[in-house]
Design a protein around this ligand. Structure first.
Ligand SMILES: [Zn+2]
Length: 339
């Protein structure tokens, strides 16, 4: 596969459906831009054809492609943009296409970019319910009970299968949350349920988007939070950091939903404002009380419905509105420090 195709392939939504015919189907990004109703039936098709690629929309009939030995056409560039490519990526594709026009070009093999490989959970990890039902329960109860109590105190159901425990050294007083991707475990984070550091022990791929597996194609909004508990509490996704990597943005955009970032109410969360503006995402300006620092705390105090409605109602979009919102946020945080 050529680098052009390799880079183009990285734009494919993670939920694209591969079929034996060789077509990879996903919701066509073209239709809405061409005056047609947005596609929700995966009628956009890509076929990797030799070292090149063809795209065909079986809805609005937009089609384009690229073959080695030729420049990257305008329609391919447009399609790449619709699929979420930034100008940097387009430039790289143009440059790689140019290289294939040279006489001494030989194709190279490359791994596709969007791949989260399997990772093991900490040794012996099992869902909390399985531990309660295990023959070891009497022996481990003193260690596992505080973990169960912690999950309950955060407002979650400890037995819904999301929460694991492992007797492995260093994990005894932690609740483990597996990171899932396409039904596979690709990492985890283990949060300490007692005081002590580190608060989180994590094993994760860079640019992973937590809880993306639980999003559905028909949802109107996708809520982007910082931590895994935040994401679980509103059914959103978590960046696992306060930055948004390009690959994370692409994954989140691939759902085609309106993106609302709900930052933590601290100075670290301010970083998200500029990046959200750049990505044309919205930023929520929650009306929570001062002592509520993040989504998970807010849901615990006000309930999920309030937090979601509040986020939608207060969401700011566009560079000007977001820069004003950021100034207000800075001011608010400044006032709190003075208290
Ligand atoms: Zn189309």
């Amino acid at each position: 596969m050529t680098l052009v195709v390799d880079k183009f392939r990285s734009l494919l939504p993670p939920r694209a459906k591969h079929s034996p015919s060789g077509w990879t189907s996903f919701n066509a990004p073209c239709c809405g831009h061409r005056g047609h109703k947005a596609d929700t039936r995966k009628r956009g098709g890509i076929r990797f054809d030799g070292d090149g690629v063809v795209y065909n929309c079986f809805n609005c009939k937009f089609s384009t492609g690229w073959q080695p030995g030729s420049p990257l056409g305008e329609k391919m560039k447009t399609l790449a943009r619709w699929m979420g490519a930034g100008e940097d990526l387009i430039k790289e594709m143009v440059f790689e296409a140019l290289k294939t026009e040279s006489a001494d070009y030989t194709p190279e093999a490359h791994e596709p970019t969007l791949q989260f490989t399997d990772k093991e959970l900490p040794e012996g990890a099992m869902p909390l319910m399985d531990w309660v039902n295990s023959e070891y329960w009497k022996d481990i109860a003193p260690e596992v009970e505080p973990v169960i109590a912690y999950v309950v105190s955060r407002g979650y159901d400890p037995f819904d299968g999301n929460y694991h425990w492992s007797p492995a050294p260093g994990y005894e007083s932690r609740v483990i949350i597996p990171f899932m991707w396409e039904g596979r475990v690709v990492g985890n984070t283990a949060r300490k349920v007692t005081n002590g550091k580190p608060k989180y022990l994590s094993d994760q791929h860079p640019n992973f988007v937590f809880n993306f597996d639980k999003q559905t194609e028909d949802q109107k909004y996708i809520f982007v939070c910082e931590g895994p508990f935040d994401a679980l509490s509103v059914g959103g996704v978590a960046l696992l950091t306060n930055e948004i990597a390009e690959q994370q943005a692409r994954i989140i955009n691939s759902l085609g939903a309106e993106v609302i970032v709900i930052p933590d109410q601290d100075s670290a969360g301010l970083v998200l404002f500029d990046r959200a503006a750049e990505l044309n995402w919205s930023v929520a300006m929650p009306t929570w009380d001062e002592d509520v620092k993040d989504v998970a705390d807010a849901v615990l105090r006000y309930g999920k419905l309030f937090v979601i409605v509040d986020a939608i109602k207060t969401a700011q979009k566009g560079p000007i509105k977001i820069s004003i919102a950021k100034k207000q946020q800075e001011h608010k945080l400044e006032l709190r420090k003075d208290d």
